[in-house]
Design a protein around this ligand. Structure first.
Ligand code: CP
Ligand code: NVA
Length: 298
């Protein structure tokens, strides 16, 4: 049984196949007669809706379940919720606070588990990110993708995915906002070599894409004021974009906090690809689910 808790649950060949299927307009309706559980402990605009539409496009039935309704470790254990949902659904997808929840769900091997964002990883986002980068640049070998901001769940999955496609990856963050030891170990195990910067201008210099995400992720709200202070000067604005390559693009997983990690001008600029990137969430989800159903069948 296969689970997708982060991008490194795919090998490079499998990632290529998922991306190929994501771009295939004629995928078969592999989920006909199947239900897909979508459990959300946190809010979502893109992930919920792209997953629902991807399941629908594959002929399946998506069911949105609020985290409080099943109450992981509150109403009953993560294990009992998982066993219950596996009675009805062929795929279990969850957005959770703690990555350990999706790990515990997967450990039961009752049904394939897909991580829809945890505190550690956001693989469905990374699939859309590399789909967007490939649409722009073709092969990513020799390209430089620079992430500027908080080294978080989105950054980890992005770095894994860009590495697998041969891109150079740079991460620039203020002191104290880099990857923790556990994430560094995951990245090292996957062979990811990241160039770290403490200066956004140096990190942006000559890059093919500048990527950012919120400074305060869901679950970190108590740190908002401290983070606003610590990230001062780290906003991606037109001036910073100008240090990137002439044909560089701007990426953001969204939602954007305008005036914090990026300006409205950068979001709306001609070289912003944030809306194709959001659109690609649905295509990437369709490709991944189609591939995963085949994996389950073999
Ligand atoms: N990028 C992303 O995951 O967006 P949502 O939180 O709206 O799903
Ligand atoms: N890092 C953000 C991503 C939101 C899509 C968070 O976890 O809230």
């Amino acid at each position: 049984m296969r689970h997708i808790l982060d991008i490194d649950d795919l090998d490079a060949g499998e990632l290529g196949e998922v991306l190929r299927r994501a771009s295939d307009p004629n995928l078969t309706a592999k989920l006909t007669g199947s239900g897909v559980a979508l459990v959300f402990e946190k809010p979502s605009a893109r992930t919920r809706n792209s997953m629902e539409m991807a399941v629908h496009q594959l002929g399946g039935h998506p069911v949105y379940i609020q985290g409080d309704e099943v109450g992981f470790d509150k109403r009953e254990t993560v294990e009992d919720v998982t066993r219950t949902l596996a009675c009805y659904y062929d795929l279990l997808c969850a957005r959770v606070f703690s990555h350990s929840v999706v790990e515990r769900m997967a450990a039961l091997h009752k049904a394939p588990v897909v991580n829809l964002l945890s505190d550690r990883a956001h693989p469905m986002q990374a699939l859309a990110d590399v789909l967007t980068l490939k649409a722009e640049f073709g092969e990513l070998v020799g390209r430089t993708v620079t992430y500027i901001g908080d080294a978080n769940n989105v950054t980890r999955s992005l770095a894994l995915a860009t590495h697998m496609l041969g891109a150079r990856t740079r991460v620039a963050h203020p002191q104290g906002y880099g990857f923790d030891d556990r994430d560094l170990a995951v990245l090292a195990k996957a062979g990811v070599e990241i160039e770290f910067f403490n200066d956004p201008v140096a990190a942006a210099s000559g890059a093919d894409a500048l990527y950012t995400d919120v400074w305060t992720s869901m679950g970190q709200e108590a740190e908002t004021q401290q983070r606003l202070s610590d990230f001062a000067g780290w906003t991606i604005n037109a001036e910073l974009m100008a240090h990137a390559a002439d044909d560089a693009i701007f990426l953001h997983c969204l939602p954007a906090h305008e005036g914090e990690e990026c300006t409205r001008e950068v979001l709306e600029a001609a070289n912003s690809r944030v809306w194709p990137q959001a659109t690609n969430r649905m295509h990437a989800a369709r490709g991944l689910l189609h591939w995963l159903v085949d994996e389950v069948a073999t």
